[in-house]
Design a binder for this molecule. Structure first.
Ligand SMILES: Nc1ncnc2c1ncn2[C@@H]1O[C@H](COP(=O)(O)OP(=O)(O)OP(=O)(O)O)[C@@H](O)[C@H]1O
Length: 354
């Protein structure tokens, strides 16, 4: 029975909204504006619900730009969702081509860096190093900077590091599409072993045969929406039908279809999201996001006040009088006995009387 299974990942109304600034300076200017009016928005994800159990491998499919990588990056904690709730039971690790690898560092240095960042000690890394090197099977290239690697070699290194981290949730974003057959087989075996161990796998791929080999369930993302989620065979069959239908359309009709969906992603907003959430039986609570999504008006007021104070004190300093000396001059002028001693300007002022 499904209820008895262990829920590993639960997403409720996950959205990702991007502000489409024309210039970098517009982004800075927006920090000082209280209204977001006039800034075009784009909702890459429009409220994704997903419940995944231990030991399941879930394929994420969809046409280009549908939101697969956005979702996998949110799952991996690389980017925050704008709104929505995400529960992940355990550690996640993502393998995407080159993700998280430092191009200037060698393969060995990248292994050490990523392992240290994940909390392993140098001794533990020494113990794991030979296994990781063997899995990556890069020969002498392991001592070369990663910037000299092909995409397949980067994928090998990323895969080797990630599987040795032994994550509870493994996210593979197109990383298998660039490897050769031998490496692909090795990864497939490892992924199947992970499944047996009750780990959860998200697998992003345009290759339906790969999805069919590895996945139990499939989430079909379509222009930011979860169009279908269910048993692999059924969803893949429906997706194939859609692709066939889409390819049969004229160039003009394809364009209109895409334009309409993109328009709806630009015109999506909080009201529509609320309506959609309630329709799906969620409460308002679920619409909250991680607080880092957007700056609130209060945060903006505080930021502007702090910048104002910095400019004010900086101005006093620049004009040759520190804030402290101005206060003391004022105090002496009014024959006050108290000497202001400790107003922290951060800059020592030798001109002050002791
Ligand atoms: N930083 C960003 N700013 C604005 N829009 C973005 C940003 N990142 C992604 N997008 C948009 O979000 C949508 C989803 O992108 P995403 O990369 O998740 O799609 P995808 O399904 O992984 O595509 P592909 O199959 O081509 O890799 C796209 O329309 C993309 O243009």
């Amino acid at each position: 029975m499904e209820q008895e299974k262990n829920v590993k990942v639960e997403l409720s109304m996950i959205t990702k909204e991007y502000d489409l600034y024309k210039k970098k300076s517009d982004k800075i200017k927006s920090l000082f504006k209280f209204s977001q009016k006039g800034i075009p928005h784009f909702w890459s994800l429009k409220g994704i619900d997903l419940k995944v159990y231990a030991g399941e491998a879930v394929g994420l499919i969809g046409i280009n730009g549908s939101g697969k990588s956005t979702l996998s990056n949110i799952l991996a904690g690389i980017i925050p969702q704008t709104t929505g709730q995400m529960m992940i039971d355990g550690e996640t690790s993502i393998i995407a081509i080159g993700a998280g690898l430092k191009p200037q560092l060698t393969g060995i240095e990248n292994i050490r860096l990523k392992c240290l960042m994940s909390g392993f000690t140098n001794e533990q890394i020494d113990d794991m190093m030979d296994d990781i090197k063997a899995f990556a099977d890069l020969g002498d290239f392991i001592d070369q900077p990663v910037k000299n690697y092909s995409s397949g070699m980067r994928s090998r290194l990323g895969f080797a590091i990630a599987v040795h981290h032994d994550p509870d949730v493994l996210i593979i974003d197109e990383a298998l599409s660039v490897g050769d057959d031998t490496f692909y087989q090795k990864c497939v075996e490892r992924i199947l072993l992970f499944k047996e161990q009750g780990k959860t796998i998200f697998f992003v791929s345009h290759s339906l045969p790969q999805i069919e080999t590895l996945c139990d369930k499939v989430a079909w993302i379509h222009y930011g929406e979860l169009r279908e989620y269910g048993e692999m065979k059924e969803v893949v069959a429906n997706y194939r039908e859609f692709i066939k239908w889409f390819r049969a359309q004229s160039a003009a009709d394809k364009q209109t279809y895409q334009d309409d969906y993109k328009k709806s992603q630009r015109e999506f907003n909080e009201d529509k999201l609320r309506e959609y959430a309630l329709e799906k039986g969620h409460t308002e609570e679920v619409l909250k996001g991680p607080s880092m999504g957007k700056m609130s008006a209060l945060t903006k007021v505080m930021l502007i006040a702090m910048i104002g104070l910095a400019v004010f004190f900086g101005g006093l300093q620049l004009s040759g009088h520190s804030f402290r000396s101005v206060i003391n001059a004022e105090a002496q002028k009014h024959e006050q006995i108290e000497v202001v001693k400790e107003i922290p300007t951060g800059v020592p002022d030798e001109t002050l009387p002791a």
